[in-house]
Design a binder for this molecule. Structure first.
Ligand code: NAP
Ligand code: MG
Length: 496
């Protein structure tokens, strides 16, 4: 094993405890509390960060409100755009540093972390194009008075936004939400996951370096159980945007009703991936394996239910096992690694619990299921494949959020659609076929916010992303998310 040397900048960053960023100043938590950040590959503590409490929430909300009503409101659209382009450039310049921090705290292979950091720069650059293009319209109204009447609409920023993000894509989840906040002229209080605050701190340092006014972006590290609810209940927070579990999403929606703040939720999934009999089997099986094992399976859109036409079940299972066994499991900082540890002991226990229950409930374990013997230190688990003929086991129905695929076979197309849609979730779905008519017919029938045909996990900042059913409320990215961070005002002018 050859481990990557940490950059001197990263070592310097780790030599200081992480702080909160409130109203343009870096500070400790008011009560002095902190919490450790673990490297999931070896369980070492890489740093500590401030653990915010309710007093810090109040300070951050006040700072975000003052910036929203003050300097940020005065900032022209062109200037917002230029600041965002500068931030994108800084994200690009610091790609390796950001990637190393992501791998240290999340565990993912360094090549994937570099990809994540590169995509963060592209997302901010995409949103930097928006400030000058957020327009209202003129509307042909017909008042009863018969007076000539001018009506036009304005799109105005919603205000102070609380952004609560998870640990699976610790940098891109921040910029998916910060991009539209900055583009629309809102202000933010960013709350990264407890497991992955470091790259969020580095991101906010770059926001500061880009020259955004104080208070536009504030950062609270610490525990969601402590400050999530105070943020979601705060009367001066106008919108809350959350990505994470359906369970916490439900709590946030309840907390938000006090002042009826706007709520966007991007929650879990149990996404069906379908292989038709005519598909290119090798390509489909590789796509299905990547669709579940990528990021150690910790992806909201993971293709965790695979429906394979019975005529091609055997060759697909062979290919899936081959792909699962070909993964190089190890620390993400080893460039040879293709599958890192899962993020935490809790996540490892969850995955192992599902592996046990899957077998108990009658699913057949085709490959994987064990912890690699030579890696007992970190939170490592083999990529695993179940075959569940009855489709009754928990592993066929519940979100695992780990590298565990459950395969089912199908024969009747009508029944297939009902089975694929039989889930409380509706985040993504995919299909593999060369039959154009079958592909578009199925794409129309699947209840999912994203449908991928002969591909998986393609996401682009220009195209909307989000879930049907219990996978969420609203859409991120593209024009849709600009709407979600703005209010529409209708202005009438009597011209009589
Ligand atoms: P989670 O609890 O939903 O955490 C997501 C974010 O919400 C974190 O920043 C968390 O902070 C915060 N949070 C926790 N309790 C909160 C509360 N009461 N009010 C407001 N915010 C709160 O997710 P998790 O516990 O890390 O993972 C559990 C499961 O969630 C996973 O197994 C997976 O199924 C699902 N998940 C889905 C996604 C996704 O992309 N859709 C991402 C991650 C996890 P702390 O980290 O400080 O607790
Ligand atoms: Mg939780």
């Amino acid at each position: 094993m050859s481990t990557l040397q940490l950059l001197p900048e990263v070592r310097a960053f780790l030599s200081q405890p992480g702080k909160l960023f409130i109203g343009g100043s870096w500070q400790a938590a008011r009560d002095g509390g902190d919490c450790p950040v673990e490297n999931p590959a070896d369980l070492s503590i890489v740093n500590t960060v401030a653990r915010a409490g309710e007093a810090d929430v109040n300070d951050a909300v006040a700072a975000a409100k003052a910036a929203f009503e003050g300097p940020w409101r005065q900032c022209s659209a062109v200037r917002r755009s230029l600041l965002m382009l500068r931030l994108a450039e800084l994200l690009e310049q610091h790609n390796e540093e950001l990637a190393q921090l992501i791998t240290l705290e999340n565990g993912k292979p360094i090549a994937n972390a570099r990809g994540e950091a590169a995509s963060a720069a592209n997302i901010i650059r995409y949103f930097a194009g928006w400030p000058t293009k957020i327009e209202g319209s003129t509307v042909p109204v017909s008042p009863a008075s018969g007076n000539p009447m001018l009506n036009y609409t304005l799109r105005e920023p919603v205000g102070v936004c609380a952004l609560i993000v998870p640990w699976n894509f610790p940098l891109t989840m921040c910029v998916w939400k910060l991009g539209p906040v900055l583009a629309t002229g809102c202000t933010a209080i960013l709350k990264p996951a407890e497991q992955t605050p470091l790259v969020a701190i580095r991101l906010v340092q770059l926001v500061e370096a880009a020259g955004f006014p104080a208070g536009v972006v504030n950062l609270l590290t610490g525990q969601g159980s402590r400050i999530g609810s105070p943020l979601a209940r705060h009367p001066d927070v106008d919108k809350i945007a959350f990505t994470g579990s359906t369970e916490v999403g439900r709590l946030i929606a309840q907390d938000a009703t006090g002042n009826m703040k706007k709520v966007s939720l991007e929650l879990g999934g149990k996404s069906p991936n379908i292989i038709l009999p005519d598909a290119d089997i090798k390509r489909a099986a590789k796509g299905a394996a990547d669709g579940i094992f990528y990021n150690q399976g910790q992806v909201c859109t993971a293709g965790s239910r695979l429906y394979v036409h019975e005529s091609v079940l055997e060759p697909v299972l062979d290919e899936l096992s081959r792909h699962a066994r070909s993964h190089v499991i190890g620390p993400g900082l080893d460039p040879a690694t293709t599958l890192g540890p899962v993020v935490s002991l809790r996540q490892l226990n969850t995955v192992q619990g599902y592996l046990r229950r899957g077998v108990e409930e009658g699913a057949e374990l085709i490959c994987g299921g064990q912890r690699p013997e030579h890696l007992e230190q970190g939170h490592f688990i083999e990529p695993s494949v179940f075959l569940d003929r009855q489709e009754r086991a928990c592993v066929a129905r519940e979100e695992i959020f780990g590298p565990v695929l459950t395969v089912m076979s199908w024969s009747e197309p009508e029944e297939l659609v009902a089975r694929a849609n039989d889930s409380p979730y509706g985040l993504a779905a995919g299909l593999w076929t060369n039959d154009l008519r079958a592909a578009h017919r199925l794409a129309a029938q699947l209840k999912a916010g994203s449908v991928w045909i002969n591909c998986w996990n393609v996401v682009d900042p220009a195209s909307p992303f989000g879930g049907y059913k219990q996978s969420g409320w609203g859409r991120e990215m593209g024009k849709n998310v600009i709407d979600a961070y703005t209010e529409t005002k209708s202005v009438y002018v009597d011209l009589a």
